[in-house]
Design a protein. Structure first.
Lengths: 216, 216
DNA sequence: AATATTTTCAATAGATCTATCGAAAAATAA
DNA sequence: TTATTTTTCGATAGATCTATTGAAAATATT
């Protein structure tokens, strides 16, 4: 009877704990081989159990992917809400938001990678909750930019929507290039992204030789 | 006898032309469903032919992926070499490099997406040539940044290697968020990325409230 | 038109993958 | 210890998917 909810307290906890180990293994294999490249046998091998044993903890590979994705963005919205609510200058808020976004790469890298790379393979009937959370998250992120423009912290005419999408996409690439140099901490990488977004690579005195892009 | 090279001129051309159609279809299916999510039947369906017919034009799915990836970066190095050789200020070079990198998203989007997302699934025995080209490309890109620092166009202490990786990763995300708003042309997006990299989002007079990241 | 070559196809072997089922093993409770 | 419940396992059905093969269809050549 594979139903954690039907068990009394202690059994339920044990079941949930084991289930977490199962999903950790699934996340690791999804991150490494991709959702379609990963077989349930691969996940079982990661744990050293029989392939069929997994189905005591999830009832389909789809469901495993859904759970991994859900766990990967748990807390994201709440933490960003707190950042938005803070009474701080917009550039600080954006820096905090970038840190908030990248931080999980440190302690749940496989979940992060699976979310970024494999969410697209999650069937439609399992996407709704995730889509709602993503929409809410994006709106909060954009809000920070919009407030910053209103307050005069960011340049006038900044396209907040596109910029939000671009910034989030940039954050999502971090785990891919992070692996290539260990001498940066994740925090330093987050600051590097933030500095680049806020200041750019030109010394502040220089004039541009190339033409600035105009909003359409 | 599925060997384009053994055929005389006219036949050979016809064979190559059809082969291109096959790879176009493969690229489209790889881009949409991912390498492992895409079956040879999917590719055949895209073309309206039998699954087995494909094997007249490639001898394994692996090979198809390799050919798609190779085609996707054809010309990249040469174009970047030309940009590096130009006698122009570094900021213009970087802008050109970004344009060069993003431009193929316009006319071979499926090849671009396959390269960015599915190259990791290419088996090791087919990676060498691609890895060499990528290394050469990255070195050229980094060269532009290093020259810019030497010339005083970019801020002193810029970590050219990390910045190169970050910038390229940023360019590679373009096709993913581009789809979300059609009112930008690919050129405008490239300029947006370049502006952001060069100038940042803060008005040039402002001081930062947050702390600048220090190189390690 | 008759022949030769190129291209496509149907059939299929062999491998792998997901999910199910009932039994065995392990853990817990009585 | 014995009985009960939870967890794991082996076996397997059924559905893929890749790649091969020899024949048919289409095209080109003589």
């Amino acid at each position: 009877m594979p139903d954690g909810a039907a068990k009394p307290g202690k059994m339920k906890d044990k079941y949930r704990q084991r289930q977490t180990e199962i999903f950790d293994a699934a996340a690791a294999v999804f991150a490494k081989k991709g959702y379609h490249g990963a077989s349930t046998s691969d996940i079982a091998a990661e744990l050293g159990v029989a392939q069929s044993s997994l189905y005591y903890y999830f009832k389909s590979k789809d469901e495993a992917l859904e759970k991994v994705c859900l766990h990967s963005i748990k807390g994201y919205v709440e933490r960003l809400q707190a950042i938005v609510a803070n009474n701080l200058p917009a550039d600080v808020k954006i820096r905090d938001a970038i840190h908030n976004h990248i931080e999980p790469v440190n302690y749940i890298p496989d979940y992060f990678l699976t979310f970024v790379g494999e969410l697209r393979y999650l069937p439609n009937n399992r996407r709704q909750k995730l889509n709602n959370m993503i929409a809410e998250y994006n709106a909060l992120f954009e809000q920070i930019l919009a407030d910053g423009v209103t307050d005069g912290f960011f340049i006038k005419g900044l396209d907040c929507h596109s910029t939000m999408l671009m910034l989030i996409a940039q954050c999502n690439t971090v785990p891919f290039w992070f692996g290539k140099f260990e001498h940066y901490s994740m925090d330093q990488l987050a600051n590097m992204l933030a500095d680049n977004f806020l200041l750019g690579a030109l010394p502040r005195a220089n004039k541009l030789n190339s033409i600035l892009g105009e909003p359409p």
